[in-house]
Structures are given as C-alpha cells and as structure tokens.
Design a protein around this ligand. Structure first.
Ligand code: KMH
Ligand code: ZN
Length: 275
C-alpha cells in the first residue's frame, strides 16, 4: 500500500527567529507547500499566522492561503484546528466551515511546553459532530495514552467514522516522550484498520519517523515538527525533510502515495469541497 506523506510547514510555536526559513505568510506557505508537493507530499497540514506572525484562525487568511496553494498544486488540504495555544476554541473550530478535505481534532486538554492546550470535552464533541456533518475527515492527534480512549469514546457515540485516522504525537513537553517504547505501546492499542502516522517532535524526529514507516504507518515531515535537518544544521525549509522521508519510504521498498492515491485511501466517497 502506498505511504502518505503530510507536510507540516509552519505549526503554532516556532518563529522566524528559530529558523528564518519558516513560512508564515500566505505566499510563503503556498511556496513551501508547492515545493513539498514536488518532493512527494500528498497532504498539507496548515497553520496560519497574522501579519505579526502570531497564530491566527482568521478565515480570510486561511482562505487566501488555500487559494494560493490550489493555484500551484493539487495537494490535499488539512487545516489544523489546533491553531495556537492562545486562540479561543470557538475560533479554532470555525475553520472547518471552510470545508477543507481534512482537519485535525485534538481530543484532550494538556500542558504543552510552557503553555496550555485547551480542548474542552464539550467543544471537542461539537467540533467532531460538525466535522462529521460536513464530511471532513478528522485526523486525531494523540499525545498520550488516554487520548486514544477519548477518541474511542467519541467513536462509540457515533461522532467519528471508521477507519479512524491517528497521529501519534511524541515529544511534546506535556505529552508522551519521544521513545520507541511509547510508539510501540500506542501502535499496539490502535483499532485494527486505523490509518496512522508518527509525529515526532524535535531531535527524535528522524528515528521515530523511520520506525513508524517500518511499522507500516504514514509519515509527516516539516518545520512544524523539527527545525533541523540534523544536529546543528537548520533545515532550509520543509521540502528537504519531505525528500528525506520519501527516500526512507523507497529504501524500505515502499511507494510514496500520489494525491489521487491518498484521496482514495482517506476520502473514499467524499467530495472535494475546496475545488
Ligand atoms: N503541533 C503538533 C504537536 C494540530 O495542529 O492540531 C500537533 C498538531 C496538532 O499538529
Ligand atoms: Zn499542527
């Protein structure tokens, strides 16, 4: 089966002071996504920033960025509803009204680095229900073992449709540590037929992404997850990180999913609403 690469070019935390190549404005994000698409990414996981580079859920910024991406390439759009730690939940949730093909769903509140990532249970249920109504595929962000159980409860309430799609996020301070043992433990608990990928934050990004691929998962790459290509060497953008993951996939005798293949696997029977 083809392996899907998601590019995550921006994220909620890093700034241009951390890595000058971080794209924050619509034209920069569109250029970064197009370059990543050329290297094999089939999904773009998007966060937006205002003119001062602060995380924003501004619908005009989101719409403009998506339009610029669509002018350049046919990559699938996944909007982050995580957005940023200081953005109110209702604004974050409103992004799904743009009807992207996919969006993230973060099931639980948690400490997140030095801040708080607020995902109140009632809000999560409303957002899950709305995504189901709109036919938007949720990517479930699992930062710890109990987050998986929270997702299974949402499924049991009829708010999530199978196959479930998970990101196993390792290495956020406040979530599970970036260790192979944690990855194996989470992987062993996923429902059969789940679609999943590793999101490994920071210095363990490469080895844990490689283990995820060897276990049959998809992969995510980009400056949201690591600012470095290797120790001491800042990445010049997300596309070198995507290229490296594509090499890993082919070295494992796998095949990098095209956009039509990713669409078929993730969105069978759904409409492409942003076209
Ligand atoms: N920034 C990652 C740790 C989201 O955007 O909804 C998690 C993430 C979640 O990508
Ligand atoms: Zn994100």
């Amino acid at each position: 089966m083809a392996t899907i690469i998601t590019v995550a070019p921006t994220g909620p935390i890093a700034s241009k002071a951390d890595n000058f190549s971080l794209p924050t404005q619509p034209d920069e994000i569109a250029a970064a996504v197009a370059a990543a698409y050329a290297e094999g990414a089939a999904i773009a996981h998007l966060h937006f920033r205002d003119r001062a580079d602060r995380p924003t859920a501004d619908l005009d910024v989101a719409r403009r960025t998506v339009a610029l991406i669509k002018e350049r390439c046919p990559i699938l759009i996944q909007l982050s509803t995580g957005v940023g730690l200081d953005v109110p939940y209702e604004q974050r949730a409103a992004l799904v009204e743009l009807q992207p093909e996919m969006a993230t769903l973060n099931p639980c509140s948690m400490s997140f680095g030095g801040g708080e990532f607020r995902n109140p249970p009632a809000g999560v249920e409303v957002l899950a229900r709305r995504m189901r109504e709109l036919g938007i595929k949720p990517e479930l962000e699992i930062y710890d073992s109990g987050h998986l159980d929270a997702c299974l409860r949402l499924r049991d309430k009829g708010l999530l449709e199978e196959p479930l799609q998970f990101s196993l996020v390792l290495g956020v301070a406040g979530g599970m540590a970036a260790t192979a043992a944690n990855l194996f433990a989470m992987h062993s608990r996923l429902p059969v037929d789940s679609i999943w990928q590793v999101i490994a934050i920071g210095r363990e990004n490469l080895p844990l992404t490689a283990i995820g691929l060897a276990l049959g998962g998809n992969a995510r790459a980009g400056l949201e997850d690591t600012l470095y290509l290797r120790k001491g060497e800042l990445a010049s953008g997300s596309s070198p990180l995507v290229r490296r993951v594509a090499h890993l996939i082919t070295a494992l005798d796998g095949h990098v999913a095209t956009v039509p293949e990713a669409r078929e696997r993730l969105l069978a029977g759904r409409q492409n609403r942003l076209d």
